[in-house]
Ligand binder design. Sequence first.
Ligand SMILES: Nc1ncnc2c1ncn2[C@@H]1O[C@H](COP(=O)(O)OP(=O)(O)O)[C@@H](O)[C@H]1O
Ligand SMILES: [Mg+2]
Length: 241
Amino acid sequence: MTPILSVKDLAISFGSNHVLRSINFDLYENEVLGVVGPNGAGKTVMLDILTGVLKNTAGTITFMGQEISKKSIYERVRMGIGRTFQIPKSFEGMTAYENIITGGVYGAGMSEKAAAAQAEEILDIIGMNEHALTFAGKLGLLDRKRLEIGVAMASKPKVILFDEVAGGLTESEIAGVLEIVAKMRKLGYSIIWIEHVIQTMLKGTDRVLCMANGVDVICGEPAMVMSSREVEEVYLGVKKK
Ligand SMILES: Nc1ncnc2c1ncn2[C@@H]1O[C@H](COP(=O)(O)OP(=O)(O)O)[C@@H](O)[C@H]1O
Ligand SMILES: [Mg+2]
């Protein structure tokens, strides 16, 4: 099977700070790949590189057969790479519905009418029908995270990148996010889901990648990765035999 997204030897440095030294992984179609790593491991930086906000200093990113390292943020969105932000970035003065419409118009180049029809479907998927007309600034954290996912979906991505969508949520709220992810998987999305809290990744992902010290430390089936010596060393800083 050819991966939809393939990252090889990805590196970035900020001056003498070599945040990513060599990150390697593949994402397959309709797969949910969890990415974990301690604070400061470079998870958000990697996501910024994949979306074009930051430029990698070395390595390649192949998306649907094309090397995209030199493409702009906008080109990547139009090619089918969508994202959420660790700190929700929806427009506070617009309703949830309007935010999703805007995502369709600007992210996917849809007419307002088509974007509005799509927004109704998305509101359903993210379970926000009741809050469709609530201003984004008035939403609680879980609904803001849901809306972030909805806005990202509106740009019609093939691959969607989640940056800590479960961060700051309670366990029962996380269950709400997992429901959305399960629906998205059924709809055929491929997802890279970054999260600091590794327990979240046990459910809802197909594989988990752990990164630390600028490299991919281990990648595989979630339960195996979570109980691995490598992850324990990375998170607890202990060496195990
Ligand atoms: N634009 C930037 N310029 C310089 N250093 C940065 C920039 N963005 C992130 N960093 C550095 O990269 C490292 C990784 O940050 P980040 O990706 O936010 O970690 P994570 O998301 O895994 O917690 C940090 O040491 C941070 O200081
Ligand atoms: Mg981060």
